[in-house]
Design a binder for this molecule. Structure first.
Ligand code: ATP
Ligand code: MG
Length: 357
């Protein structure tokens, strides 16, 4: 078999030992209940032959999960990653299926296509939503017939490839909009894995931060520093539009500016315009206690020495105002006895002159 074209920017033939991603992939962090559930799902489906469609926002770990599917699938062949967004339509057929010598003017040798290169292994089609419609038809045919015909060849070559595709757009919507073929969507979407954004698996944030601190401290040649409690709070309060990749970059930068000493909030280059925007958009859909929790995390990040007292004051004052200064109804609202409410009202100076409140 001719060796695949290693200069192609679209193809990666990762030697497991040389790929930084796979080195890190040995230490996958799945701490949050959501992620543990996801990992079990991945492990359950990996050994089957079924195509897998991975959906997740940018930087959530789609490629990492795809590699993990391959790693534990038991498939002996290689993992071949293809970025569908970078395919030039003119050369695509040869890229996908390969070509024989002399198939094109100037094509001297023959060339292995992606499917053949991944034979016995896994073909990872990244950004599948960007695959041009003309190629979607051809891909569908390969999936149905399980064989490819090289450009310029007469005979088909049988292939045994596990397909894993990833997308950060909603493919069902792309189908609705006419950008993606419905029949291909059904073919690909046999097993679907949805990777939640980092803000929805907050328990992963501290261990992932530690994980990247360990990796980058080692690279930079100093002892891993700790994160101050208020910088952990700042990380938890942030909305992570760029997900795990953004966390990785922020930790890397923090290590550089803290020069190996304790990481403090001023070392974290968080894009603070983003979380407010995200929070404003989603607050109405979230359970109120979740919203309060997020706001508490922001308060923790900002160091409030009197925080407990201020929050208690806010709670009692708001309830007392809402009941038009009625102690019995305030007690009902808060689920407390009237005696406890009276103690609280006294503590916060709300009993002295109710009219002025
Ligand atoms: N669970 C995890 N544990 C440890 N590292 C992770 C985990 N998930 C992702 N990463 C790391 O985060 C980075 C981004 O992951 P990956 O490239 O797989 O994301 P992606 O969803 O493919 O991103 P994009 O949409 O931008 O292509 C990588 O460096 C990866 O190693
Ligand atoms: Mg990716």
């Amino acid at each position: 078999m001719p060796s695949p074209d290693r200069t192609s920017p679209l193809l990666t033939f990762p030697e497991q030992e040389q790929s930084p991603l796979s080195i890190r992939a040995k230490a996958l962090v799945f701490a949050d209940a959501e992620s543990v559930h996801l990992l079990h799902e991945v492990e359950r489906v990996a050994p089957s032959e079924a195509p897998v469609l991975i959906h997740g926002e940018t930087g959530t770990g789609k490629e990492l999960v795809a590699r993990h599917v391959h790693l534990i699938s038991g498939r002996k062949g290689p993992f071949v990653a293809v970025n569908c967004g970078a395919i030039s339509e003119t050369l695509a057929e040869a890229e996908l299926f390969g070509h024989e010598a002399g198939a094109y003017t100037g094509s001297v040798g023959s060339k292995t296509g992606w499917f053949e290169a991944a034979n016995g292994g896994t073909l990872f089609l990244d950004e599948i939503g960007d695959l041009p419609l003309a190629l979607q038809v051809k891909l569908l045919r390969v999936l149905q017939e399980r064989e490819v015909v090289r450009v310029g060849a007469r005979k088909p070559t049988p292939i045994n490839v596990r397909l894993v595709a990833a997308t950060n757009v909603d493919l069902a919507q792309a189908v609705q909009a006419g950008h993606f073929r419905q029949d291909l969507y059904y073919r690909l979407n046999v097993v679907s894995i949805n990777i939640p954004p980092l803000r929805q698996r907050q328990a992963d944030i501290p261990p992932l931060a530690e994980h990247f601190i360990a990796i980058y401290s080692q690279k930079l040649g100093f002892n891993a520093p700790s994160l101050s409690p208020n910088s952990i709070a700042a990380l938890l309060a942030y909305s992570w539009p760029g997900n795990i990749r953004e966390l990785e970059n922020i930790i890397h930068y923090a290590l550089l500016v803290s020069s190996g000493r304790e990481i403090r909030p001023e070392h974290l280059k968080l894009n603070t315009a983003a979380p407010q925007f995200a929070a404003a958009a989603s607050t109405a859909e979230q359970p109120p206690l979740q919203v309060i929790k997020q706001q508490l995390q922001r308060l923790f990040a900002a160091e409030h020495p009197e925080l407990h007292d201020e929050l208690e004051n806010l709670l009692v004052t708001t309830a007392f105002e809402q009941t038009r200064f009625n102690q019995v109804r305030t007690a009902e609202l808060l689920g407390l006895t009237r005696n406890v409410v009276r103690t609280l009202l006294k503590r916060h100076d709300l009993l002295t002159d109710p009219v002025s409140i």
